[in-house]
Write a protein of this length. Structure first.
Length: 488
């Protein structure tokens, strides 16, 4: 269309300008930095995966071995890594992180760095390698594999000196180069204190952020597994949530301030920073039993299905990943009660979230960027699509009109986090008997992030309304679901 035709035909010119405005609004929203890397997004989409704690502590009824337990006390009678993996798969776990070495320094692979390892045990006459056995079982059954190797070593005589740092880096090299691709690598935060230390039997203190040379350790990990998430140290791609009780706070930001002081501040770890300088989402670690290692005295204290449900709502449902620990017993198996509770929990999750009541509803939005970003995309279960508002919009709402009066008591919300986390405050209402009424939730309806799950008393609604009251940047909502769970 020529400039002359536009001048001579004002009506056509008006239509052309409208077309240009429509096209400009159809472009993808600008990101609200910081945003996740592709690796971090893939990690967050895992949601649940497992820890396995097993070692000398299992056979000596300890949590933190001192480093002086004899290696020959490690003597499982019927170890079965495939049983572990099949149990975890049935419980919905997407991966497993194995404690290849805990603080006692005992190594579950035949390392060249120390004799304090599985090669000096009765297991398979010293020819065993549990890291290999588990990694191969994971590969066979399509479960992601990760490794935990404690920086602290209460057995090693060189601990506290440069010689140990070299040993530790060599152990990382062995573990990352011989067992396939890792999805996560764990540096624990317990560092320094009393230990056996080759017979010295003393207190040794270190400055963790300097002593271990975590930057070099990361280079070793990523040289073999470039997509591995990293927990702990000075180079994390995810953060500890600040407790081992199984919960993240309802207000949960994926962003964080990455100075080492903040990385060790439990009050900050539990909720993140709205104005953080890096994307550092939270991981919730908790054991299915009171302890991390197996203790026969805890056989009656395995978390129930209801307790596991609470853990899920307070971790995954609070914009964090859940790392659930399974202690392996002296036989070398995940105990039956642990297995049964975990599998029944997963089956209940599947049942509770099987029917999204919003799929049959009509959805309207107070503002929409364009048809490409329309509200219909919040129920399509496709993570590449989302509803987005126009630039400059500061408040917005969605209304879902049910075809008939509908009971609901659960809500799922997801932001499209590849463009950042923006929502600071939202609220829920339902329409019944000709008026809007608030849905009362027993926790702050503040952040959403990758995933937010809410539980509330059952309401019978003709319509559901979600009002996004405060958000920075452009509102981008990926998925919304409403569900009804029968009272138990």
């Amino acid at each position: 269309m020529s400039l002359k035709n536009l001048i001579l035909n004002p009506k056509r010119a008006s239509l052309f300008v409208g077309f240009l405005i429509l096209v400009s609004c159809a472009h993808r929203p600008e990101p609200s930095f910081p945003i996740p890397t592709a690796q971090q997004l893939e990690w967050q989409q895992l949601e649940t995966y497992a820890f396995i704690h097993f070692g000398l502590n299992t056979f000596n009824d300890m949590e933190w071995g001192y480093g002086n337990s004899h290696s020959y006390t490690f003597n499982p009678t019927s170890i079965d890594c495939e049983q572990w993996v099949l149990t975890l798969k049935a419980a919905g776990m997407k991966g497993v992180i194995f404690t290849a070495k805990h603080h006692d320094g005992f190594c579950l692979w035949p390392t060249e760095t120390t004799d304090y390892s599985i090669k000096n045990t009765y297991y398979k006459d010293g020819q065993g390698d549990l890291v290999r056995e588990l990694s191969e079982a994971c590969k066979k059954h399509d479960l992601k594999f990760g490794i935990y190797v404690s920086p602290w070593d209460r057995h090693q005589a060189e601990y506290g000196y440069q010689g140990y740092v070299d040993i530790y880096h060599k152990q990382i090299e062995e573990l990352t180069s011989n067992y396939g691709e890792l999805f996560e690598f764990w540096f624990d935060g317990a560092n320094g204190g009393t230990g056996w230390y080759g017979g010295a039997d003393e207190m040794r203190s270190i400055v963790a952020e300097k002593y271990y040379d975590y930057e070099k350790a990361r280079e070793i990990v990523w040289s073999h597994s470039p997509n591995a998430a990293i927990f702990g140290g000075t180079v994390p791609t995810l953060r500890w949530v600040g407790n081992e009780k199984g919960f993240a706070e309802a207000t949960q930001w994926c962003m964080y301030k990455t100075d080492f002081q903040s990385l060790n501040d439990e009050k900050c770890l539990v909720r993140g920073f709205k104005d953080g300088d890096a994307w550092l989402p939270a991981e919730v670690d908790v054991s299915i039993r009171p302890g991390w290692f197996y203790h026969e005295s805890e056989d009656s204290k395995v978390k129930t299905v209801d307790q596991l449900m609470d853990l899920y709502y307070n971790s995954v449902g609070h914009n964090a990943n859940l790392l659930l620990n399974f202690p392996v017993n002296k036989e070398g198996r995940i105990p039956s009660i642990d297995s049964a509770n975990a599998v029944n929990w997963y089956q209940k999750l599947q049942m509770d979230f099987s029917n999204n009541l919003l799929k049959g509803s009509k959805v309207t939005a107070s503002n929409t960027r364009s048809r490409r970003f329309g509200p219909k995309y919040v129920t399509d279960e496709d993570y590449t699509t989302y509803w987005a508002t126009e630039d400059g919009v500061t408040r917005a709402e969605l209304i879902f009109d049910f075809p008939e009066k509908t009971s609901l008591n659960r809500l799922l919300l997801q932001e499209y986090i590849p463009l950042g986390q923006n929502v600071e405050s939202f609220c829920l209402d339902y329409y019944a008997n000709g008026k809007w009424l608030p849905i009362e939730v027993d926790e702050p309806t503040t952040t959403i992030g990758y995933k937010r799950l809410l539980r509330f008393q059952t309401v019978r609604a003709d319509k559901l309304r979600i009002r996004f009251k405060v958000f920075k940047g452009t509102l981008c909502i990926n998925q919304i679901g409403a569900f009804f769970v029968e009272d138990e």
